[in-house]
Design a binder for this molecule. Structure first.
Ligand code: KG4
Ligand code: ZN
Length: 338
């Protein structure tokens, strides 16, 4: 039987990550977060690529060590080619190329957005794998898409945001409320303590299966300005209710479009992926869809939601099985499409 070890490297944004997969099972999954961006309220590209340069050697070393193997055991090196920040992508790309060349093993390039979807094919006790075709909603700080997945590498985007990504909606709303960056996790936490119906924000009207989140951000800004004029302590006195109401609105927007996509395609296998799929409200809303709409849902294990290298390693493994290797002159691509 086969005995394949693949290293995955992820450096598309502000997390430096490495993972080793043995056949379909993850042996290690190491992520170094870059705290430096918090002070700026968002990712600073130049600082991100510098931090990747500092982190990549120790992170890869740690992933190989935790897997209990040596680098000579590796069968291939997979890495995120794009989409993402060019400076950040270049660090992972150059490192992966050198390592594969030095070890004389295949190099495999991976599309970050495909990886968020294909993370569902990691062998994980208690998690089922979606059968083809299925619908995947990728929700992150940079993307909001509904994708029809016909096969591993046969995907079609059938809906996407026309402006901000849903993660930006969380983060920009949080900024208006004075929360730290990224605000998604804190809005999630506070939502559990607040009333989701306390305040009402109108949902945008957007054609077909597309999304729009920039109007919501503006509505929240005007709402906060108006209420603060009447009561300067409005935000701090109502923070949990405001967070719960924002999250409730965002989840409503996402589920409405998923319902529409499911109806139009006749597909009832529904998966989510990307950082925002860590959100407890969207996870619950999806689960509720099983009863309400007859869906079978696929919700990633928490550590495979936000950026990680395990998802890069599983794609590396799937491509390895098809001998789909990259050339040494493969280039990072900031705007790589699914
Ligand atoms: O996939 P990801 O780690 O990076 C990108 O590729 O963008 O996603 C990061 C995004 C951020 O906007 C962050 O606020 C959001 O995911 N996020 C959450 C939660 N955890 C992370 N949003 C809502 N609720 C959460 N629990
Ligand atoms: Zn991502």
């Amino acid at each position: 039987s086969q005995n394949i070890f693949i290293l995955g490297i992820e450096s598309s944004c502000d997390d430096t990550a490495a993972s080793v997969i043995h056949n379909g099972r993850i042996l290690s999954n190491v992520v170094a977060n870059q705290k430096i961006h918090e002070a700026y309220g968002g990712v600073v590209p130049e600082l991100a690529s510098r931090a990747h340069q500092q982190n990549i050697v120790p992170v890869v070393h740690q992933a190989i060590k935790e897997a209990g193997i040596t680098k000579e055991d590796l069968n291939a090196v997979s890495f995120t080619r794009g989409p993402g920040l060019m400076g950040s992508l270049l660090v992972g790309t150059s490192f992966a190329k050198s390592l594969a060349y030095g070890l004389n093993i295949p190099l495999i390039d991976v599309n970050h957005m495909q990886a968020h979807i294909l993370a569902h094919y990691i062998d994980e006790a208690g998690f089922k794998k979606p059968p083809f075709p299925f619908l995947a909603m990728t929700i992150s700080g940079g993307h909001t898409q509904i994708v029809k997945v016909n096969h591993y590498f046969d995907m079609k985007v059938i809906g996407e945001t026309i402006d901000d990504a849903v993660g930006e909606a969380f983060d920009k709303s949080g900024k208006i409320l004075g929360l730290g960056y990224p605000a998604g996790p804190e809005i999630d936490k506070r939502s559990k303590l607040g009333n989701p119906k306390a305040f009402k924000f109108t949902k945008p009207k957007v054609d077909a299966l597309n999304f729009s989140f920039s109007g919501l951000k503006t509505a929240i800004l005007y709402f906060v300005q108006r209420e603060t004029k009447a009561n300067p302590n409005f935000v701090e006195e109502n923070l949990n209710d405001i967070c719960a109401s924002i999250q409730h609105t965002i989840i409503g927007i996402l589920i409405d479009k998923l319902k529409k996509a499911s109806k139009e395609t006749g597909i009832k296998h529904i998966a989510i992926g990307g950082g925002v799929s860590a959100n407890s409200g969207i996870r619950q809303a999806l689960k509720d869809g099983e009863q309400k709409f007859g869906w079978t849902t696929y919700i990633p294990k928490f550590e495979y939601t936000t950026d990680n290298a395990a998802m890069i390693a599983i794609v590396g493994y799937l491509k390895y099985l098809e001998s789909d290797f990259s050339k040494q002159n493969v280039m990072a691509s900031a705007r790589l499409k699914i």
